[in-house]
Design a protein around this ligand. Sequence first.
Ligand code: CTP
Length: 428
Amino acid sequence: MADQPAIARPRRVVLGVGGGIAAYKAASLLRRFTEAGDDVTVVPTEAALRFVGAPTWSALSGKAVTHEVFDGVEQVRHVALGQQADLVVVAPCTANLLAKAAHGLADDLLTNVLLTARCPVVLAPAMHTEMWQHPATVANVATLRARGVTVIDPASGRLTGADSGPGRLPEPEDIHAAALAALADPTSRPAEDLDLDGLVVVVTAGGTREPLDPVRYLGNRSSGKQGIAIAEAAAARGARVVLVAGAVDIPLPQHPRIETRRIESALGLQGEVEELRARADVVVMAAAVADFRPRSVATAKIKKTHAEDGRDDDSAPTIELVRNPDILAGLVRERARAGAERPYIVGFAAETGDAEHSVLELGQDKLRRKGCDLLVVNQVGVGVTFGQDDNTVTILRQDGAAPVTVGPASKTRVSHALLDVIAAEVRR
Ligand code: CTP
């Protein structure tokens, strides 16, 4: 994804102000932007103007202020403001504004700006704890975040009345810092090009667990973060996503375009992938699949044995392992057998390298063996990649095109870089 062009003119910031008691704090946020040389247009809602009047905003920004779509119609302000903005920040953002933004309603100037903006959008919610924690608000926040909008978590503390809890507007300096961070992150755009619209993308994520008995399993250190980030990024770009998740360390995404299926073992994962294969346009195998499973699974918990005098003896069971199917290689084989072009198949290679081979050499070798279209190679080990938020990967291509290295970057950014390659190939 291309980075934002350098901006020679002052940065155009739209500061939206929602109708909450914290609206007065937006005045000091406005000062931070203007003092940094930004060209700020304040767009309050009608309710916000009951808390802080238009003269305050006009005086501080040096511009006329309106909440109406029908003011300055000749300049088509309701479209131009959003289109031309380099950054949109809404502080405070009420539960009502979050809901409108999530559902694309546009019934005043600010919501029109939110719908026309193609720049980073940062929302700083402020509301009562019950409203922030209501499932409707939780779902709206998840929808907006999956679309690339930055929704800052509210601060905890004393609220408008006697009550306290999460819901306070963060301090203006924190909102300002979050806005600058969003500007620096090219994946935080609100409306990604919907270049995967109409496509079905299957993403496997997390680690498999191979049962030994009803309470024990063989597992691995995969956190599922990279696979989940790919699922979210694909949904944000318009794909219908089926996320097949094994054991993961983070909450699963709530997104209208992501269907989630849970699996436990490699055989369970194979069953889901085989069922989904026929309707998938793209399959991304980011899951860490166990290569081996115990030959037999005890139906009752495996117990220690005891000597005749009742004390523990030293004996321990030997666990015999058998090979699991290679799901990725199976997908490639089935596609070839059917003479089909789809699905486009992406594998991941978790490599540590060894004395004779670099991580990339092992990756090239794996790409040849597995036959998938792309192989995303990353270096793993305790504390490297597994469970981390950042990642560095090299994308190797079966078609012989040059490998692409991405990172170190957030797993979201890595996901978009991978989807850039995938979208270019499947839209060819
Ligand atoms: N994979 C799979 N089925 C398996 C093992 C792995 O589909 N039984 C997939 C993974 O989801 C990943 C890719 O194959 O996309 C490579 O996984 P990795 O563990 O790096 O490779 P292995 O084939 O297990 O090779 P090895 O462990 O011998 O390096």
